[in-house]
Design a protein around this ligand. Structure first.
Ligand code: CA
Length: 232
């Protein structure tokens, strides 16, 4: 997997140079674009496996780049965000980004995020319509709507089950509060994160051995939740 082709869409030449040096040294192939429109053009012409995208671009907003690419492709997109506000990350995730990293980032953290992106590529290539999900000692039988922790059946309410399946089917990816409200509750409005928290608390009590150190569902503060990508 070390020869994956990464397209960097970023207008800061210093960051492009730094990333090019570091990632080429790790065996990745690199292409770079300094505007959103060039980025979309390069995406179509160089056929990358992974996109790293700056949100603050000189021509079009990074979120518009995500929306354009998502119309035609599920390529993993890692957002490089210089902005501290959670709202920009949420907008990018809602538009279909897989993950984000906030600048300034350290190289070890960035490489770890890229490895997560690589798992999305493998997942896409080998994904058959799964009937059973297995993560650590948790098993979800989708057709039977049954959930087991080890040998023991876990009894979930319909909302808890929908929430668990939404997160598990997007394992490793941050799912925003807005996406959860839309997919689990069926509303398009935002805001009601209280019902998510209540449902999440009771779901965690049922599946996590230690709710203060979850091993399945991790909180992304102010943004949403991420399901473990440790499959079994
Ligand atoms: Ca920028």
């Amino acid at each position: 997997m070390q020869n994956n082709h990464i397209l960097i869409i970023e207008d800061d030449p210093k960051i492009i140079n730094f990333l090019s040096l570091a990632l080429k040294a790790k065996g990745y192939r690199l292409s770079a674009a300094t505007t959103g429109q060039d980025g979309i053009l390069n995406f179509c012409t160089v056929n990358p496996n992974i996109i790293m995208l700056d949100l603050g671009l000189p021509d079009i907003d990074g979120v518009a780049v995500i929306e354009g690419i998502r119309k035609v492709s599920q390529i993993p997109i890692l957002v490089l965000s210089a902005r501290e506000q959670a709202e920009d990350k949420i907008t990018a995730l809602d538009a279909g980004a897989n993950d984000y990293i906030t600048k300034p980032f350290n190289m070890g953290e960035l490489l770890a995020r890229i490895r997560v992106m690589e798992r999305f590529i493998i997942h896409e290539k080998t994904s058959e319509p799964a009937d059973v999900y297995r993560f650590l000692d948790l098993t979800i039988y989708l057709q039977k709507h049954r959930v087991f922790l080890g040998e023991d059946e876990v009894h979930l309410t319909p909302l808890e089950y929908k929430l668990l399946v939404l997160l598990a089917s997007n394992y490793g990816k941050v799912i925003t509060h807005r996406q959860i409200i839309k997919e689990v509750w069926g509303y398009s409005e935002t805001g009601d994160t209280k019902s998510i928290r209540v449902c999440m608390t009771s779901l965690r009590r049922k599946i996590e051995t230690d709710t203060s150190h979850p091993k399945f569902i991790f909180t992304e503060i102010g943004i949403g939740y991420r399901f473990t990508d440790t499959r079994s």
